[in-house]
Write a protein that binds this ligand. Structure first.
Ligand SMILES: O=C(O)CCC(=O)C(=O)O
Length: 284
């Protein structure tokens, strides 16, 4: 289903709950897309396709450029994408019932080059496979198109409503549909939805996406985000961005009626740590 950033948030919530994902048309305007693309261009140009040694290129893409550490490379990504009110509102409504707060798990370019094969269909939640068995939302992922995103360049394949399948149900590839996007459109999906990057069958065009995910705060993010940001940059960011990027503790959760639902504060720093003292890190 294709909606817009100003769609009533009840409808966004109903749609993602029913289908496992949705498209937000024009999440970012063209000027913002171009600015992010320009800010990331030097890092993309310096990176060879293929993931790190020891990783499986058939999954990550032998001719795919993945650059991480995005908040340190693109301030526009932080201000306009990570903090987008429509995304945060949806993440609040999907994730906050299950955690004290959530944070960014990862952000990376996924630029799929000519000849790159299609990715195996999978669920992102299986990064945390024991937690995935709980059957509660763990993660929301977003892919924003920064350029071409049609079927021929490898638009994402998804199986609508597969977020409700039992985890051991075999994945039938024939049920996948490709989600084409215009620059600035976003595919937003739950970590339980079956999906994967498409094949790029063009001789010379790249599929350009910027990925971002929000994860419940009691799970370890995929990327060591706070290390990549560092306190110097963190000091210059809005408080909510600092929190999402790992510069705040996760609040304690009280649950008077069911003690088993209560949780202690996590990811805290000692009260006299310089980053607590100067306010870069906030204990909660
Ligand atoms: O690039 C895409 O369309 C999806 C990528 C993905 O699901 C992944 O790399 O885990």
């Amino acid at each position: 289903m294709r909606l817009t950033p100003d769609t009533d948030s009840d409808l966004l919530l109903e749609t993602i709950d029913r289908d496992g994902g949705l498209v937000i048309k024009g999440l970012l305007d063209r000027e913002t897309v171009d600015r992010i693309d320009r800010e990331l261009a030097p890092s993309v140009a310096a990176r060879q396709p293929g993931f790190r040694e020891g990783f499986d290129d058939s999954f990550y893409g032998a001719n795919t450029v993945r650059v991480q550490g995005i908040p340190a490379k693109s301030r526009t990504m932080v201000d306009e994408y990570l903090l987008h009110p429509t995304l945060l509102d949806l993440a609040d409504r999907v994730l906050l019932p299950y955690c004290g707060d959530y944070w960014m798990s990862q952000s990376e370019t996924i630029f799929i080059g000519p000849g790159n094969k299609q990715q195996t269909l999978h669920r992102d939640d299986l990064n945390w496979n024991l937690a995935a068995k709980l059957g509660v939302p763990l993660q929301i992922s977003v892919l924003v198109a920064l350029g071409d995103y049609d079927a021929a360049v490898g638009a994402t394949r998804v199986i609508p409503r597969s977020h409700r399948w039992p985890l051991d149900r075999p994945i039938d590839d024939s049920l996948a549909v490709q989600v084409e996007l215009e620059p600035g459109d976003a595919l937003v999906y739950l970590g339980s939805l079956v999906h994967g990057g498409g094949a790029n069958v063009t001789p010379d065009r790249w599929r350009k996406a910027l990925y971002l995910s929000y994860l419940v705060g009691w799970l370890t993010p995929e990327e060591a985000v706070a290390v990549g940001v560092g306190p110097e940059l963190a000091r210059t960011l809005p408080a909510r961005a600092r929190q999402l990027l790992g510069f705040a503790g996760m609040p304690e959760r009280a649950a008077a009626d069911d003690p088993a639902e209560a949780a202690l504060a996590l990811w805290q720093l000692d009260a006299d740590d310089e980053h607590v003292v100067d306010g870069t890190f906030r204990n909660r």
